[in-house]
Ligand binder design. Sequence first.
Ligand code: F6R
Length: 248
Amino acid sequence: MRVIIVTDKNQMGRVSADLIVSDMKRKCPYTLGLATGSTPVPLYKEFIRRNHEGQIDFATVMTFNLDEYVGLEPTHDQSYRYFMNKELFDHVNISKKLTHVPDGRARDVAASADAYEAQIRDVGGIDYQVLGIGSNGHIGFNEPGSSLSSRTRKVRLTQNTIRDNSRFFARKEDVPTEAVTMGIGTILESRKVVLLASGANKVEAIAKAVEGPVTATVPASALQMHPHVTWVVTRDAATGLRLEWEQA
Ligand code: F6R
């Protein structure tokens, strides 16, 4: 397990882009697992810059996002499909047909979640999965108590997550209460994983996930079991870590 402590969000974006881009050069076609939220935005900015400078080609890249709110149309400005288009897909030479986000509007969410799993399997799995972490230790929308072998499914969001995410909505009441998320078992099957964390509100989650026991109470702690995981953490999010980790 590798933990890299970086000075700020921009360095977090550069360091994580370096990891992923060097792996992308190794294999074609390539499958990326992507996250939304504010944390990966500096990474997506790096992807866009490097794509414009000709350093990375997205033409044969396929993507699978971790999660989507139940009930939001893809055109809703808080849906994760909308977010991905705005923050990454609209600015690089990716084919939108090769980008996948779980369907939050499916009539049969369970069947659609199973189909999402099958699609990931059919393309040979995810090469590099990008993750953020919730202040409660969630990854994707696998809230505390999620089975460490869970698969893509519909979940109920905790009050903690609804409160954290209400900053993006006009009113807390507008935040959806359910989502579809890849499971922890699904995430652990990715060949490589990079988890990004920035900000003082992630101190406790990072300390528990990186150096605490592996437990369903802290879903991100399951990554300690992954053979190729890198945690890229800004200094202000790393103040709860006690072991000697790499400084970028
Ligand atoms: C979103 C996701 C979530 C976020 C987490 C942190 O696709 O998977 O687990 O990564 O809630 O969100 P931010 O980055 O906004 O603090």
